[in-house]
Design a protein around this ligand. Structure first.
Ligand SMILES: [Zn+2]
Length: 89
């Protein structure tokens, strides 16, 4: 379970700068990216039964996008050290 967190998005830029040194877009090779001002949740399922479950299991992430072509990259907040990883809470 993830605790409620008020998030400072400038910390995202700092965390990415420490871990991701190559900011060249894989589609157009430009190097200017922006950070989306919000979280994304990738729902995870371990049963394929046709039902859609919301909020049970997910990966909280942020998105950067290429300022030239719009290519989007997803980064897991836990891996960036911005929230506790699963099992660390
Ligand atoms: Zn691009």
């Amino acid at each position: 379970m993830i605790r409620e967190t008020t998030f400072n998005f400038s910390s995202v830029k700092n965390a990415l700068s420490k871990k991701a040194f190559n900011f060249h877009c894989p589609m157009c090779n430009e190097n200017e990216f922006s950070i989306v001002d919000g979280f994304f949740r990738h729902n995870m399922e371990n049963v394929l039964d046709g039902n859609f479950r919301i909020g049970k299991r997910y990966i909280p992430s942020i998105v950067t996008y290429c300022n030239n072509c719009g290519f989007m990259n997803f980064h897991a907040l836990g891996q960036l050290g911005l929230i506790p990883k699963e099992g660390e809470v």
